[in-house]
Design a binder for this molecule. Structure first.
Ligand SMILES: [Zn+2]
Length: 140
């Protein structure tokens, strides 16, 4: 069980760490997380790997006051649906801003941070979070 979890974690690191998704060259749809086939084109679809820029806008957001196990230390936090400039929407934490500073349509950019540490293996999960784009480099 433990080794299986490890394998899954490592397999998911490239897409989680680098916002690696996929694109259908047939209908030009972008997908994140990556898909192996295009649900619009089915067999006619031609899927290729796509690196997303990490730039997007806030589509909706909510303040979470009680997080799932492993996130207790970080509550309350802001969870948003971010619409990437390439089209796909994903759920991510917004860092470095209070709920009152955030509004729908606000430009955000991805930052990559340590999300949690497993024990006892000490396995560290990395993933994307987003911050307000207008904050610039030194904001968190
Ligand atoms: Zn397609």
């Amino acid at each position: 069980m433990a080794s299986e979890n490890l394998a899954i974690t490592w397999r998911r690191i490239p897409e989680r760490y680098r916002l690696l998704g996929s694109r259908c060259e047939n209908c030009k749809s972008n997908y994140f997380p990556a898909r192996k086939f295009c649900p619009k084109c089915r067999r006619k679809g031609k899927i290729s790997q796509r690196q997303f820029s990490g730039k997007g806008r806030i589509y909706s957001f909510t303040e979470v006051s009680a997080g799932p196990a492993g996130f207790e230390l970080e509550t309350p936090y802001i969870l948003a649906i971010v619409e990437l400039e390439e089209g796909p929407r994903l759920t991510a934490q917004i860092v470095g801003a209070r709920p009152s500073e955030i509004s729908i349509g606000e430009e955000v950019e991805a930052v990559f941070r340590k999300i949690m540490e497993d024990s006892p293996e000490g396995l560290i999960h990395y993933g994307y979070k987003f911050r307000l784009a207008k904050r610039g480099q030194a904001s968190f």
